[in-house]
Design a protein around this ligand. Structure first.
Ligand code: GDP
Ligand code: MG
Length: 300
């Protein structure tokens, strides 16, 4: 190992924060080159803190993806926002992410307040620049300059990896010299069980509408590896908040459940590099988004 190169190693923790649906999870996956954080066109897809570990020759960036910060009402949503805000406390750098559909800082609520309270260097990322002409970006930068003393303001497209190299450079400018916090070969601290449950939840976000995704939780009940055949059998339960929702998740003759299963199986096979046999159950857990005991079981 080159000791001199190690001396220059930069390492630290960076939190991705901002309103729901701006592309935080997409950015994390895109930087990692691997999907560990689920993504959907619907807001509030991410419910937990997801950690991604980016390794370069001379850096390790530990990036925290967080739930979108929004006006919360239910105990579940209050927990989600708390997770996001708590994540800002112990980091070296905060990335505050918006997208081009948030042209005015008025739309981001009390962001200035919680960024000030966190007391960390903040980079503003304006995502989804692929959706607008370049001319539209400058006024957004100017408007946000008034909101908070950002260290950098960077337009990017997380989806097309446009501007992401520059982002890494700017993050490294703000990180201390220090050793890697995690081994080189792990992309995340989430368990395989958790990521598979998330993948199932993502398919529900993509395939169902209205209140259904927000009334659904997923837990993996068992995970059995058959190393000889390179096959993994996974059993999971989809929890819904009301009886009527169970029928919607199952669908006509089980058609919805089948679509969820087939799509999640594909993602899980890619993640785990094995053949996947996925078995799904649907259970009613009455009004679980308000049930503190059940939320605890889910890890909140
Ligand atoms: P999060 O809630 O902030 O984590 O946002 P997601 O990562 O779940 O993304 C929300 C939606 O925005 C998804 O439909 C993404 O495909 C889409 N999205 C994310 N980044 C980009 C981007 O750079 N360009 C475009 N056009 N869409 C994006
Ligand atoms: Mg997300």
């Amino acid at each position: 190992m080159n000791i001199h190169a190690d001396k220059q190693l930069k390492s630290g923790i960076v939190a991705l924060a901002g309103p729901p649906n701006v592309g935080k999870s997409t950015l994390l996956n895109s930087l990692l080159g691997q999907k560990i954080s689920i993504v959907s066109p619907k807001p509030q897809t991410t419910r937990n803190r997801i950690l991604g570990i980016l390794n370069g020759d001379n850096y390790q960036i530990v990036m925290l993806d967080t739930p979108g910060i929004h006006k919360a009402h239910s105990p579940l949503n209050l927990e989600m926002v708390k997770i996001a805000l708590d994540s800002l406390a112990d980091v070296d750098v905060i990335i505050f992410m918006i997208d081009v559909t948030f042209p005015l800082p008025e739309k981001v609520g009390n962001a200035a307040e919680y960024l000030t309270r966190a007391g960390k260097p903040v980079i503003l990322l304006i995502n989804k620049i692929d959706l607008v002409a370049r001319d539209n970006i400058l006024p957004i930068l100017q408007a946000y300059k008034q909101l908070f003393p950002f260290k950098e303001m960077i337009p990017v497209s997380a989806l097309h990896q446009d501007g992401t190299d520059l982002l890494i450079d700017k993050i490294l400018n703000l990180l201390p010299v220090g050793p890697r916090l995690y081994p080189l070969d792990i992309p995340t601290d989430s368990t395989e069980r958790f990521i598979v449950a998330e993948m199932i939840r993502e398919k529900i976000f993509l395939l169902t509408s209205q209140e259904i995704p927000y009334s659904t939780a997923v837990m993996v009940d068992s995970f059995k590896e058959d190393e000889k055949r390179n096959k993994i059998t996974i059993q999971a339960t989809i929890y819904v908040a009301r009886k009527s929702q169970k029928g919607i998740i199952i669908g006509k003759k089980g058609s919805m459940l089948k679509q969820i299963r087939v799509a999640a199986t594909k993602d899980a096979a890619k993640l785990l590099g094995a053949g996947i046999i996925l078995k799904l159950w649907v259970k009613v857990q009455k009004e679980w988004t308000r049930d503190s005991r059940f939320l605890k079981e889910l890890g909140f």
